[in-house]
Design a protein around this ligand. Structure first.
Ligand code: KG4
Ligand code: ZN
Length: 338
């Protein structure tokens, strides 16, 4: 079954054709990041406008790259939640138009379920159940994935998402938006142990996260140093920040893996590209005997192939949307469509 998938929840306009949830026939991503960089973050109004301008070309290119026309695909899938509402609506309405015109089924997909499914594209043998860490710009979750469409949230951030903390710390250190990738590169040049950062815990929960105190500690450290005329070793502070975030995510995940008797551990979302997190998890899983699945670097960030993969399993579970499909800015990953 070939699914044409569309993603427009944030600042990437993306389209992809995916076969049977596992084979990517095409994947086109038009990123607006350079334009948003000058504002230090995504400007929602601009994002919607750019999606509107780009979506026709992106979808057309994805069909062309797959050597197909709209008539050759079996269904249309689209990210309907969560995300910037104006951005989501562009993809949702475009997908509705395509489904109506071609008389193909319309499959709504939750963006975070898509990030998890990026691992089905990276690891053809991977099947649920497994324990999953989702760390993106907007979410930090530990999720028990019971089957392809059944999710249990067992831990989440109480304040900032991991990616958000990366981006804010990176901005304080002078990097452009989104700073996670720049902070990662700096951390690889730095050494750990110079800057002592807190590892905030959430009282009464072993699985929940709190990153805002850690982010604030970096901001205060940089501001205090500036006031005293002292130099900050940017690479070393980046290494200590990245190492601390990786330790927090890894410790919580290992605790959950032990308590839930997990065998397989899967990582998803933009922050799964982080080199410090990847190596901390690789080491911990090797030591404690878990099979670790990391998405290919090209599938860590936002893309439509991951939406096409999850859409296949949503379709098999009977999920369909009608012409009343709407975008939803925020909805938990465990809540299924309708
Ligand atoms: O999943 P994603 O592409 O978009 C959302 O759904 O939010 O995640 C984007 C987040 C940004 O905060 C970005 O800085 C972060 O992922 N990110 C990284 C790295 N690459 C992307 N954070 C740390 N290290 C990286 N290498
Ligand atoms: Zn995302």
């Amino acid at each position: 079954m070939k699914i044409l998938a569309i993603e427009s929840s944030c600042d990437e306009t993306a389209a992809s054709v995916v076969e049977d949830g596992r084979t990517v026939l095409s994947s086109v991503i038009n990123s607006q990041v350079v334009e948003h960089q000058q504002y230090g973050g995504v400007v929602p109004e601009l994002a919607s406008r750019r999606h509107t301008e780009n979506i026709c070309d992106v979808v057309e290119q994805s069909l062309k790259d797959a050597n197909m026309t709209l008539q050759d695909v079996d269904a249309i899938a689209v990210t309907y939640a969560p995300g910037l509402i104006g951005a989501l609506l562009v993809g949702v309405n475009y997908a509705k138009g395509l489904a109506l015109a071609s008389k193909k089924p319309l499959i709504p997909v939750h963006h975070i379920r898509g990030h998890i499914a990026a691992n089905y594209l990276s690891h053809p043998e991977l099947k649920p159940p497994f324990l999953c860490l989702v760390a993106s710009g907007g979410h930090s979750h530990i999720i028990w994935v019971e089957d392809y469409t059944t999710f249990q949230i067992i831990g989440q951030t109480r304040d900032d998402a991991a990616g958000e903390a990366f981006d804010k710390a990176a901005r304080t250190l002078g990097f452009p938006y989104p700073g996670g990738i720049y902070l990662d590169a700096a951390a690889q040049q730095g050494k750990r142990g110079t800057y002592h950062l807190p590892k905030p815990k959430v009282h009464g929960s072993d699985y929940d996260f709190s990153f805002s105190g850690l982010k604030t500690a970096v901001i205060n450290m940089v501001h205090n140093a500036k006031q005293k005329g002292q130099e900050i070793e940017v690479n070393d502070l980046a290494a200590d920040f990245q190492g601390t975030v990786a330790e927090i995510l890894t410790t919580h995940l290992m605790q959950a893996a032990c308590d839930y008797h997990a065998k397989k551990i899967v990582v998803a979302g933009g922050v799964s590209a982080n080199s410090g997190l990847r190596s901390a998890l690789t080491e911990a899983c090797k030591e404690q005997g878990y099979e670790l699945y990391l998405p290919k670097l090209s599938l860590c960030g936002d893309n439509a192939a991951m939406i096409g993969s999850q859409a296949y399993y949503e379709y098999l579970a009977g999920v369909r949307a009608g012409m009343d499909l709407n975008g939803v800015a925020s909805i938990p990953v465990n809540v299924s469509y309708r």
